[in-house]
Design a protein around this ligand. Structure first.
Ligand code: ATP
Length: 229
């Protein structure tokens, strides 16, 4: 069965969120008080409903209590964002993800039991700054308490070694969680193309080859030790 989402608030963040979830094959109920925002998404969304999401009765009529996850994406009107989260809690929605614009807003949302609070602008800025400062880094994602996940081309010194012999953890203090690799394939037209393969939890006997991208998890200091000078 398809996963069911509600996206409440269709600003730039909410609209992109709803669009991407739909493209990923999920069912999406899109909600906004603004008729234009509803019209802009109505061709895509499973349902697009113009309603005030602080109105518990209206949400119940739409069946919002049945969604797997509700995403609250309201930045400007913090009061509305908080009231909507409270309404979703009353309805018994299990997983709520909410966008926050200030630290206090984030703290209130967490205290209300939001499973995941996102600060989109701050998060994008951190990722972008890391990739600009260190062009060798392909992607970088901050987790909590000083830990991050980084994608980086396999360091020169371990090319050709098996995962077990590369001693990545001893050398750099990071855990290898996946290897991304481009595998050559022959297309129907007889041409060579490349297929992206993501090997999660690589085998100790897997060999680290030229062109491999390592996905590693560790403290920011440990990850820094892996970056090329
Ligand atoms: P952006 O994502 O574009 O940066 P933003 O997070 O600041 O913007 P807002 O401008 O706050 O987003 O807009 C969020 C959307 O939420 C608006 O389209 C607004 O109409 C809608 N909205 C605000 N209050 C409610 C509510 N009570 N019920 C439903 N929708 C609401």
């Amino acid at each position: 069965m398809k996963k069911q989402f509600a996206v409440i608030g269709l600003g730039r963040f909410g609209h992109s969120m709803a669009e991407t979830l739909i493209q990923s094959g999920c069912e999406v109920v899109a909600i906004d008080t603004d008729e234009e925002k509803i019209q802009a998404i109505s061709d895509l969304a499973t349902y697009a409903v113009q309603v005030d999401a602080t109105d518990e009765k209206a949400l119940r009529t739409i069946g919002l209590q049945n969604v797997d996850t509700a995403v609250v994406s309201i930045g400007e009107d913090i009061e509305a964002s908080i009231l909507i989260v409270m309404t979703l809690k009353e309805l018994g929605v299990k997983e709520i993800v909410a966008k926050a614009v200030t630290p206090i807003h984030g703290k209130i949302l967490r205290n209300l039991g939001v499973s995941r609070v996102v600060f989109p602008e701050r998060e994008v800025a951190i990722r972008l700054a890391n990739s600009l400062a260190q062009p060798a880094i392909i992607d970088y994602m901050d987790l909590s308490a000083g830990y991050s996940v980084m994608e980086i081309p396999a360091p020169q010194g371990i090319l050709g070694s098996k995962v077990r012999d590369s001693r990545i953890r001893e050398r750099y203090g990071v855990n290898l969680i996946a290897i991304r690799r481009k595998i050559p394939i022959i297309t129907d037209a007889g041409e060579t193309d490349f297929k992206e393969d993501l090997k999660i939890n690589p085998d100790p006997d897997d060999e680290i080859a030229v062109g491999d991208i390592l996905v590693v998890l560790g403290s920011r200091e440990s990850l820094a030790s892996m970056r090329p000078a």
